[in-house]
Write a new protein. Sequence first.
Length: 604
Amino acid sequence: MLLSSLVAQASPLSEQQVSQLQGLVSQLNPIQQAWVSGYLAASAQLAGQLSGQPATAQAAASASLTILFGSQTGNARHLAEALAKQAQGKGIVAKVVDMAEYKTTQLKNEQYLVIVTSTYGEGEPPENAIGLHNFLFSKKAPKLAGLKYAVLGLGDTSYEFFCKTAQDFDQRLAELGATSVLPRIDLDVDYQAQADSWSNELVTKLEPELKASAAPSAQVIAWPGSDATAGSVSQYSKQQPFAAELYTNQKITGRDSTKDVRHIEISLAGSGLTYQPGDALGVYFSNDPELVRELLLLTAIARDTPVTLSDDKLTVEQALTEQLELTQSYPAFVEKYAAATNNAALTALAADKAALRAYISERQIIDIVRDYPGLLSAQQLVDALRKQQPRLYSIASSQAEVEDEVHLTVGVVRYDAYGQPHLGGASGFLAERLAEGATLKVFVEHNNNFRLPANDDTPVIMIGPGTGIAPFRAFLQQRDANSAAGKNWLFFGNPHFTQDFLYQLELQNYLKRGLLTKLDVAFSRDQAAKVYVQDKLRQHGSDVWQWLEDGAHLYICGDANRMAKDVQQALLDIVQQYGGKTAEQAQAYLDELRVAKRYQKDVY
């Protein structure tokens, strides 16, 4: 309905206000209009709560659905947003909130809550869920007798602590008195069908209660920072990737380096895709044809044998090349393959969970079939494998500089084991099998929890050894484009100065020009005693502390298993030594930085 028609129907706005509103609305795209609508609805609800008046808007707010997501790679966020849309379709008011943005003081006021979360590392919450997780397990957590909730967990069964964060949330909410309206579901990597079914069941259960008291015009409220608030929206996504052209594949490590790192440049021309420094690029890939050929030979399956995959009919060769995971191993494959081939030894291995995890951690799918060759049908093989998941790479460029391109810094997974050479799925595809000028399917995965400060005057400390340099190259390009006055300090590390100094000329140029205030490098193998970035941090501990006290934002990117933990400990030591704090106070200090979004990680 046009605004002019609304005025005719006794609008409470003056003609001038209506004119101003028309002017604003005309400048907004549909996504922005939807956000403004949600913002105004939320503001009205808050105003009613502050006034203490039991207005109908308050009643609607109390019966709305809050969906919180904890996400490391974006999957949990996508599922939360999809669930909200399902609820909207049933006339339910739903709001999707990043756990990092959620005010824990609001928890005691919630009546209907859904948590969608992944698990990270050794059973730890994803970065944006740490604050809420810590709050729930603290003495400050409120009693939640009036809360109805549900939990959906995402994980990977090849890890020991599968979906532990979801289990933590579920257990703790129950301990605090909340009532589960649907049993928690723990989903493996190939989760979509089960997630859709669970979400449908949940919405069906909640609909009678929530729809009865929902606002007349139900809506999904997308908080600022979500994709829905982006200035431009592309038609391309994870579900509908863009066919991009590979411009450049350049090796940027030396001939004698133990590492093979590639600088990749990809064209996004015509896609409408936009990204910010800190975002990731999702890459779909084709499996190595030689790997597919050997797998079919070992199982005595003809390559043109027809199979069915997700209701699609195709040849087994097509399925193995384009659709299925062949490099990353996981327990479900071992169990299904053992059953299909009637292999008693492999069945016994699958029954020993600890031994199975140790076995698959060092092997690709082809290694398992080589170790335990057997006969099975083409459909049995396809059913034993899970669907290929795109790989995410931290973006190494700023669109302010490269415009319709996107750059990546890719470490090629390459090693010899069990008498055979091995190559990573996506990294091998990008480095070895995709020619310059060829196309690949990509999408942008936004990461609002790894962002430059909004104020260009704010100093930043960046710690990115190895390919962890990628997002900081983007950060520096953006700060350069913005003519940012804030100081920039980069810590970079790798084995050898002469072989592994990634983007050396660019960084030295930034240092010469003054964009980089400080550049500290740690080349671990260039001297008898190994030196790492955490050692450089301790060496400059006094300055690091002063930068933090002056308001610096601190970022870590790279290996999660060792580097990130070692850097975290170095930071705790620095805060204790130079801040005069106890171990507990130092941890609280870093926690406060995290809550304030001054301490952010992009680790993998």
